[in-house]
Design a protein around this ligand. Structure first.
Ligand SMILES: *Cc1c(COP(=O)(O)O)cnc(C)c1O
Length: 388
């Protein structure tokens, strides 16, 4: 038989997450690789989902999503960001942020169009762009004064007449950077000058630390009209398995995305939408508590990593901390993460897998701190072995 998989998807075989999670299981290591919480979301929200199921909310919701969730998202964006989106026509509910991103890229890009993404980037971006027969143009983020950022000149140079869109993920996975207003202004000006659409991935919008503020790109002058603003419930409410996301934009952009989305999945599951609508209205205090707990666990893990000999880059948001492994005498994160179970009984992710050109991220390793306190403490105790 000929190779069943189309050529453009052949580079997207088994992911490092599967390899590392299997390694954690077989070696009895603590898994700080994959980024999902090991505790549940707010109990009243879970109850709401159960109730939605047992009281008949089980048939197809409308294509754009339940009106309850679209109204709740609209209210949330108005309250938090002063952004107004009409639940009728400017908000589309999707199967997680992942589907929103894929449908946006598929809706916008002709074959050969270019999409800029800040490298290192979330793994679904490259696959969505490949599916669209478009071309990913990476702009590399590098540590400057302890924080990953990009060079405005490099970003400017990456824009060509074929640039259709730019993917902007802030708070940024896997670096933990939360873009400043100055950084967002550079992006916003370029989008307007060169007629580029922004696709923003804001799934960590509520998970920022040390009082750092998340600023949606759509709030900058001239940007609401050219931004597809995407988020989801998974990270905000610790329900990554619910796969309930949304995209907000002016009607013509949302209509374009919905035209694609309706033939990918038609609609997203109903019960979760009702529960998330409730949580967006009534459980944001729970999210604040989650966030301060996360900040505490970030600090414990950072301290432990530094004590073990890693160079540690402090994240301002997300679930992740980046480390530079060179002070430990290693230069290849893939080699270190494959040996880490035997060396220290801990699993992490080599950051190079998030790069277009892996060599640019070879000396970084990503650790997740979205785990219970005793799990973090045990990981820290084990990592001490590295310093002997
Ligand atoms: C987790 C994550 C997603 C996926 O969100 P879903 O709602 O689960 O599809 C998208 N982008 C980033 C940066 C993530 O970390």
């Amino acid at each position: 038989m000929t190779e069943p998989l189309v050529a453009r998807m052949r580079d997207f075989g088994t992911t490092i997450f599967a390899e590392m999670s299997a390694l954690a299981l077989e070696s009895g290591s603590i898994n700080l690789g994959q980024g999902f919480p090991d505790t549940d979301g707010p109990a009243s929200m879970l109850d709401f989902a159960v109730q939605a199921i047992t009281s008949g909310g089980n048939q197809y919701p409308p294509g754009p999503g339940t009106i309850e969730l679209r109204r709740a998202v609209s209210g949330h964006h108005a309250d938090h960001y002063g952004l107004s989106y009409d639940p009728a026509g400017e908000i589309l509910v999707t199967v997680g942020a992942t589907e929103a991103i894929a449908a946006s890229v598929l809706a916008l890009c002709e074959p050969g169009d270019e999409v800029i993404a800040f490298e290192p980037y979330y793994d679904s971006y490259a696959a969505s762009i490949a599916l669209a027969h478009a071309k990913l143009v990476p702009v590399t983020m590098r540590p400057v004064a302890g924080r990953f950022t990009f060079d405005p000149g490099e970003l400017r140079a990456a824009v060509t007449p074929r640039t259709r869109a730019i993917l902007v993920n802030s708070p940024h996975n896997p670096t933990g950077t939360v873009f400043t207003r100055a950084e967002l202004t550079v992006i916003a000006e370029l989008c307007q000058e060169r007629d580029v659409v922004a696709i923003t991935d804001e799934v960590y919008e509520h998970l920022t630390f040390d009082g750092v503020e998340h600023i949606p790109l759509a709030t900058l002058p001239g940007m609401r009209e050219r931004t597809l603003m995407i988020s989801s419930a998974g990270k905000t409410f610790s329900v990554t398995g619910w796969k309930t996301g949304w995209v907000c934009a002016p009607a013509p952009l949302v209509t374009a995305v919905q035209t694609v989305k309706q033939f990918l999945t038609f609609t997203a599951s109903g019960p979760w939408q009702l529960a998330v609508a409730y949580a967006l209205r009534h459980q944001l205090d729970w999210v604040s508590a989650l966030c301060s707990g996360l900040q505490d666990r970030r600090d414990r893990l950072m301290e432990g990593l530094a004590a073990a000999g890693f160079g540690v880059l402090k994240p301002s948001g997300t679930y992740f901390v980046q480390t530079d492994i060179r002070p430990l005498g290693f230069s290849d994160g893939l080699e270190l993460t494959r040996r880490l179970p035997e060396l220290a009984g801990v699993v992490a992710i080599p950051t190079q897998v998030f790069y277009h050109s892996p060599e640019r991220g070879r000396h970084f390793v990503r650790f997740a701190f979205c785990k219970r306190e005793h799990v973090i403490d045990e990981a820290v105790a084990r990592l001490k072995r590295l310093s002997h």
